[in-house]
Each structure stands twice: as C-alpha cells, then as structure tokens.
Design a protein around this ligand. Structure first.
Ligand SMILES: Cc1cc2nc3c(=O)[nH]c(=O)nc-3n(C[C@H](O)[C@H](O)[C@H](O)COP(=O)(O)OP(=O)(O)OC[C@H]3O[C@@H](n4cnc5c(N)ncnc54)[C@H](O)[C@@H]3O)c2cc1C
Length: 459
C-alpha cells in the first residue's frame, strides 16, 4: 500500500510533480529533497496550457503567480523560415477540435484541395484562427483565447516552493547516499537523516540520480535533429527587443532560434546540431541575430540528447522531467510532458497501490505520448522545402517509418478524432497537426467535410 512518496530534485519537474501529486493524492505524505548546491538547468520558459490548469487546480492565485514569476501570456508559436525562407506559419492554442469532429480547419483544407482560389495555405491562419489577427498582426493578447504562460523557470521553482512549504515536507541537504536493496531503493540518507518512502520519484534532471540505481536506463532509438542550445537574455531597452504574446521559433541554417518574452526581459536560445556548426560560429550568429542586445559573455550553453527512457518506472522509482527524457525545445513539450506524467501517475495510484503491472501500464501510456510528440516535432523539419544548407538537405531524408505511415493516414483522412486517439495520453490535437501541415502546403485526398463556410473569417 502506498502511504509515502519521496521526490528527489528541486527543478521545475520536482516542484510541479509535488504540486500535481498533492492535488491527486492529498492524504499521501510527500517529501521533496532539495540540494543546497541546487543547480536547476534554468531553461524552459515557454509552456502549454496544462501548466495554467495545474496551477489553478492547486489553488494558486494566477494573478499573484504572474506577478512574481515574470509571466506573459502565450497564445501560440509563430514560425518563420521553416518551409522556405521568408515564409511563416502560426500554431495557436485552440479548443476548436473539442467542439466537433470536423472543424473550420478541416473545411478550409478541403477547399484548398478543391482548387478554390478564394482559399490558400497563406491565408489559412488569418481566416481560420481569430488569434492570428489579434496576436500576430496586432501584437495583442486576450484571456478569451486559450493561453499558456511564458515563465522565468527559476522564479517558478521559488514560487512553488513557497506555496508548498507548509503542505509537504521539504528537506535541504548537502550530502546524500542512496541505499538499494533487491533492486529497489530502500532509503536515501541526507546529511545523516534517513528518508524512507514507498515510492521514489527521480526529478534529478539529466543526472538520473535514482533511476540509474535500479535500471539500465535503456532509451529509445529516436534521433533528434538538434543537440546543442546556446541561451541568454535580452532587455527591452534595446530597440529590436519587443514583447509579443507568442513564442517565436525562427529557423536558421543549422537549427532554429527561440524567443520567449517575459515581463522584464526576453529569453532566447540558438539551437543547432553540432555536426553542422561549431560553437564559435553559432555564438557569432546568435550575437548577430540580436544586433548588439546580447553579449557573448552572457551566453550559456547546454548540450542535450533527444533520448527518452523505455521504462521511466522501474520497481519503486519513477523518473519525471529531464531524468526520463527530452526531445528538444521545439513546441515547448518538456514541462507539458512532466505535467502529463505526474497527472497519469496520480491517476494510476488512485487505489494507493502499485505492482509491476501498474508500472508497465504507466510506461505504455507515457510511451504513446512521447511517440506522438516525437512525430509532431519531426514533421516541422522533414517536410521543409529548404535545401540551402547541409543541415536542411539532410532533414527530408531523415523520416521514420512510423511518421511516414502516419502522414499517409492523414493524407487520406486528414488528422481527425478517430486517427488522433484521445483516450490515451497524446500530445497535439488534430487542428494542431493541420496547422503545422498547412505551413508545409501538405496536400490531402478529398474527403467529405460538411460546409463550415460560416465560420471562415473572410472579410
Ligand atoms: C535547451 C533547453 C530548452 C528547453 N526549453 C523548454 C521550454 O521552452 N519549454 C519546456 O516546457 N521545456 C523546455 N525544456 C525542458 C525542461 O522542461 C526544462 O529544462 C526543465 O526546466 C527541466 O526540469 P528538471 O526539473 O527535469 O531538471 P533540472 O532543472 O535540471 O533540475 C534537476 C534538479 O535535481 C538536482 N540534482 C541533480 N543532480 C543532483 C545530484 N547529484 N545531487 C543533488 N541534487 C541533484 C538539481 O540540483 C536540480 O534541483 C528545455 C530544455 C532544454 C535543455
């Protein structure tokens, strides 16, 4: 029977997991172990709406959170130069797909396929999503549109720590020792103090402190397109630094650049594949991109791999956050992934009991989510028409059989409720897929979408 949970690590994953588990399993005792030499990665500023939901469900005052965590509203992601140079597309948060099987997005695509010249890939975003005109053309935000937050990751960790201070046990430590018996963690000794729990959650980031004690940490064979990020901050006192209610993702010769505006500053990263660029060149390009607003000495670097554990739950250890895997920053899937993980874990533990069948079920659910997200991220690269650099030339040929088969299915039927199974954990809804595919002028076969012309935002 499950009575106690111990979380190791006090980054975004540790705090958000504690918040989520406390909501779902209020009578379980939760201990969070936070190192005095805390070294949170400190990136992860663009989020998805499930963060807002988790905060609300936890009883956090959103206004207070926004004020203290340097938050701005995010309504989507604006993509520039991905299909071809000087082209752009828009991926907003939308609840359109919750309302009906076929949506105005489906109808619009059908009209493009029919060759009706009043409809085009270029005008699609403006004529299907009201957020395009408001957010992209007029730089405005509205709480009437679905939204997520841009956050300062370190401030969020401090805020949630304060919120949870009286609600869970928080132990600060300098030294620790993990004891294992019979391939299970039996206790963690922090500065001589023993912590014993029924279940341990590893939120130690790339170090995988707990899961590596009980598992060989086998990862999947997915290969990411990029592997290095340079990142820094720019400030609004520079003329080319502006605030916008969306994350900007701008493709460059060997990767892409993120721009996430906060209230007091803008977070930015230059993501690349080190097979195609040296660090020195990438730094110079990144500095040039910001035209003097970013100094080379303020740039930090992180190298990452796009691996994820086949089994994030082994015996009495569940890994959540970067310890369980990562794809890349595109589409802001990191924080969303561990909110979903903690949510599924809380649901699966509802009976206060676990065994190997329950952990297998959890692992299967998480895998289906990860594969969905891997395909979604991949499609941004492999459908691109860009052939202007070695990096872009390789993208087209690097497409998995799983994604090929998915795209064939979508070509025949469009992404819809029946081929986007929402009964299990999944990443992006059918309209999100249509939005991205439209950016690459993806062609569908004819299907019978009912007339939804009344919903098209034509002038
Ligand atoms: C370049 C990059 C950009 C990203 N951008 C986004 C984004 O925009 N949106 C998004 O949703 N996600 C993003 N992510 C992914 C992820 O959401 C964030 O990185 C997230 O903040 C990581 O949280 P974490 O808690 O798993 O890891 P960490 O922040 O690394 O926290 C790990 C914790 O474990 C502790 N710890 C680790 N090892 C030890 C040890 N040996 N002893 C004691 N303590 C230890 C650390 O002190 C720390 O408290 C990004 C990731 C990267 C790499």
């Amino acid at each position: 029977m499950l009575k106690s949970i111990c979380i190791f690590g006090a980054g975004s994953a540790g705090w958000l997991t504690a918040l989520s588990i406390r909501n779902k399993l209020p009578e379980i005792s939760i201990t969070l172990l936070s190192s005095n030499k805390n070294s949170n990665i400190g990136v992860g500023e663009s989020t998805q709406p499930n963060l807002v939901q988790l905060l609300q469900n936890s009883g956090i005052n959103l206004y207070d959170f926004m004020k203290n965590v340097d938050v701005t509203l995010k309504h989507g992601i604006f993509y520039k130069n991905w299909n071809k140079k000087e082209t752009s597309y828009w991926h907003p948060f939308t609840n359109m797909s919750e309302r009906s099987f076929y949506t105005p997005a489906h109808f619009y695509q059908q009209k493009i396929n029919e060759g009706n010249t009043s409809y085009s890939h270029e005008k699609y975003y403006k004529e299907v999503h009201s957020s395009y005109s408001l957010c992209v053309e007029n730089n405005l935000s509205s709480v009437e549109l679905p939204f997520a937050f841009h956050i300062d990751a370190n401030k969020m960790a401090d805020y949630i720590e304060n919120f949870l201070r009286e609600k869970i046990k928080i132990i600060k430590f300098d030294d620790y020792d993990v004891k294992v018996h019979d391939n299970k963690i039996s206790k963690i000794i922090c500065d001589g103090h023993e912590v014993v729990a029924d279940l341990y959650i590893d939120c130690s980031g790339f170090n995988k402190v707990l899961i590596s004690k009980v598992s060989d940490c086998k990862t999947d064979e997915y290969k990411g397109r990029v592997n290095t990020a340079l990142f820094g901050r720019v400030y609004y006192d520079s003329p080319n630094v502006i605030n916008h209610p969306y994350t900007k993702a701008e493709a460059h010769d060997c990767g892409w650049t993120w721009v996430t505006p906060l209230q007091s500053k803008v977070g930015s990263g230059w993501i690349y594949n080190d097979l195609f660029s040296t660090e020195e060149t990438a730094k110079q390009e990144f500095v040039k991109y910001w035209g003097g607003a970013l100094k080379e000495e303020n740039i930090r670097k992180v190298k990452f791999s796009s691996e994820s554990l086949i089994d994030p739950w082994v015996t009495n250890v569940v890994s959540i956050g970067l310890s369980s895997g990562f794809i890349e920053p595109l589409e802001a899937t990191g924080i969303s992934w561990f909110i979903i993980s903690a949510d599924i874990l809380g649901s699966i533990l509802r009976n206060r009991y676990f065994d190997k069948y329950i952990s297998q079920r959890y692992n299967t659910l998480i895998r289906s989510y990860i594969e969905d997200v891997q395909d979604f991220v991949d499609v941004h690269y492999c459908l691109s028409s860009r052939l202007d650099s070695e990096f872009w030339k390789t993208q087209k040929f690097n497409i998995s059989d799983r994604l090929k088969s998915r795209l064939e299915n979508y070509r025949k039927y469009m992404p819809n409720k029946s081929n986007r199974d929402t009964s299990i954990a999944w990443g992006f809804n059918d309209v999100s897929w249509i939005d991205i595919l439209n950016g690459y002028e993806f062609e569908y076969e004819k299907i019978d979408v009912p007339d939804l012309s009344a919903y098209i935002l034509k002038k």
